[in-house]
Design a protein around this ligand. Sequence first.
Ligand SMILES: C[S@@+](CC[C@H](N)C(=O)[O-])C[C@H]1O[C@@H](n2cnc3c(N)ncnc32)[C@H](O)[C@@H]1O
Length: 215
Amino acid sequence: MSSARKLDVGHIGVDHADLPPIDAGRLDPRLWFASPDRSLEIEIGPGKGTFLLAAAQRMPTTNFIGIEWAAEYYRLAADRMRRHGMDHVRILHTDAADFFHWRMPDDIATVIHLYFPDPWPKKRHNKRRMVQDRFLIDCHRILVSGGELRIVTDHADYWGWIDEHIDHHTHLFDRCPFEAVGAGDDEIVGTNFERKYQREGRPFHAVTLRRLDRA
Ligand SMILES: C[S@@+](CC[C@H](N)C(=O)[O-])C[C@H]1O[C@@H](n2cnc3c(N)ncnc32)[C@H](O)[C@@H]1O
């Protein structure tokens, strides 16, 4: 039996196959939690869940959703949260861009974290990058007033792309410096990719976009 089969996502894992059908429209993921009225933070692409676990341990009265596309990481992260008793975390197995666009309601998240997203460096693959005009518009809609989209990447070309797309939407977000939160010494966010790239001496690029209110 492979190690993946021994993982238990328990009540932490939410698979897209178990959600109401797409034509049911938007759904409210706050209702997945025992205390749905708490603040909600979302991490896109948590991988093995290292950042999410640390954040959830630091903020036991905030609800967290990690949205992970890769089945293996979904199971790993959900199993890890379950073993640590993180009842205020859910790991959703789905495509975050489409889930944001079609299923997420307005005004529900205080923070959206996007750390070391896949860079899709080939020009013909750039359209697969998470940061797109549609994504930024969706983040603005999903964030509460004053809510934040936080982005970190090591990839210079992707950073240029992110910068350019942010400039398309200056009416939606205030561009603010990125403040490292609760990570280890000299760390920005403390994800696995940050730790790996830090050992390689790569420079990082980071930005916080604070939601401006609609006119
Ligand atoms: C480069 S890894 C970074 C993982 C983690 N954030 C870190 O910094 O260690 C990118 C992660 O995003 C996930 N991912 C890629 N596209 C996704 C999508 N459309 N929806 C949700 N997760 C996605 C990948 O499966 C992977 O876990």
